[in-house]
Ligand binder design. Structure first.
Ligand code: HGY
Ligand code: MN
Ligand code: MN
Length: 403
């Protein structure tokens, strides 16, 4: 029972070719390159002896035909726009490689492999893994669209998935779910650690904040008469920077990912201004406290001169990883890299936090060089990739052997 490093790396580099963008990959969900990548992955899984289905939301599930017990290993195949080549891809290919390594052994049980659709949220929040656990309604699919205004229904039709039934996982089939992922942050790389065992995954709150004032001439409108939506938005950004640190916890993060001024011309006072804002923490109480603060600051910075609307677009709960599965991962890490691994929370969201709602789940991290991710510069040393998959296989075999 061992993985084949050359086969693993060859698969990772083959997958990288679907939407290649310099050192990274541009493979948005349901894009032609994403659909082609799913078909490639399906063929690799079939060649491994797994029964493969791609369902009505684009989830790919490759099932081991042996009788139980089973473990489910997966991640996602699509990427952020102009993103990295390993975010998601590593976890999917790792599942395939572990299935091949363990499948070679005799006896019952084995590995199912999943590629969850749209973890990267082009059309919503964890649509694929939420669909698989029964938490995605047809109405949500009807209402969803991406930032270019393409509806999810149209994207599914163009991908050839429309009309297919959506798979629903049977948690009783599995002893649990494992996901191997790049850390996407600087901790392991900075500490020189080879592996990370995830203790918890952050919850995320995402908002659209829109100020509406009065568009007007940038030269003839006296400052005291202005209802400048752009100025109100900038004041809110400054108020967040001023007040959030004292209200936040040690690892809380918050990001203004997009600002739009309308109509966006130098000689026009913006009549409207929109901010896309998100925050993350492993503690719901912290997110609740910061949400109340955000609402208060938005109202305050509107200051009557502008109307303000704060719309909560997404709210993903934090998740704690299963202690038993973590113990198996920790033991495998100690065998693979004695004293050179650590337990840590995940600052990124992952499908594992959805799977954790229906079955025991755990995650293993490998280092990201310079902590870079969601960027074409994202990368991990090959030795770390191989060690991560080998450690995952070791832990998976141990979990399947447990009574
Ligand atoms: O944004 C995230 O946490 C994930 O990488 N999509
Ligand atoms: Mn990811
Ligand atoms: Mn990502």
């Amino acid at each position: 029972m061992s993985i084949d490093p050359a086969r693993l790396l060859a698969d990772l580099h083959a997958l990288r070719g679907y939407g290649r963008d310099g050192n990274g990959v541009h493979r948005p969900t349901y894009s032609p390159q994403d659909v082609a990548a799913r078909e490639w992955f399906a063929a690799r899984a079939r060649a491994t002896g797994l029964d493969v289905t791609i369902d009505g939301i684009g989830n790919l599930l490759a099932r081991d035909p042996n009788p139980g017990p089973h473990l489910l290993i997966g991640s996602h195949l699509e990427t952020q726009p102009h993103g990295g080549w390993l975010d998601g891809a590593l976890g999917c290919v790792a599942g395939l490689e572990v299935a091949r390594a363990l499948g070679a052994r005799t006896g019952a049980g084995g590995i199912d492999v999943a590629a969850w659709a749209d973890e990267e949220g082009h059309f919503g929040a964890f649509n694929g893994s939420r669909s698989a656990i029964g938490d995605l309604t047809e109405a949500e699919i009807d209402a969803a669209s991406n930032r270019d205004g393409v509806t999810l229904r149209a994207a599914l039709a163009a991908a050839g998935y429309a009309g297919r039934p959506r798979l629903r996982l049977d948690p009783a089939r599995y002893k649990g779910y494992l996901e191997l992922h790049i850390e996407q942050g600087p901790e392991l790389d900075t500490a020189g650690q080879a592996l990370g065992v995830v203790t918890a995954i952050v919850g995320l709150r995402g908002y659209r904040i829109r100020f509406e004032g009065q568009q007007n001439h940038a030269g003839t409108t006296p400052m005291r008469l202005r209802r400048d939506a752009g100025a109100a938005l900038v004041r809110l950004a400054c108020a967040i920077a001023r007040d959030f640190p004292d209200a936040a916890a040690a690892r809380t993060v918050w990001t203004i990912g997009r600002i739009e001024l309308e109509p966006g011309a130098a000689s026009i006072i913006p009549g409207a201004a929109t901010m896309m804002f998100q925050m993350r923490d492993t503690d719901e109480a912290v997110l609740d406290r910061l949400e109340s603060l955000l609402m208060r600051l938005a109202e305050q910075e509107g200051r009557g001169s502008c109307r303000v609307a704060v719309t909560r677009l997404r709210a993903t709960a934090p998740a704690t990883m299963d202690r038993g599965l973590c113990a198996a991962l920790e033991a495998a890490c100690e065998r693979a890299a004695p004293g050179n691994w650590q337990a840590m929370p995940s600052g990124a969201g992952h499908d594992a936090q959805q799977l954790a709602r229906v079955m025991k789940s755990a995650m293993l991290f490998v280092p990201s060089i310079n902590g870079i991710s969601h960027d074409t510069a994202e990368d991990t040393r090959e030795e770390d990739l191989v060690r991560g998959v080998a450690t995952l296989a070791d832990a998976a075999a141990a979990i399947l052997r447990q009574a």
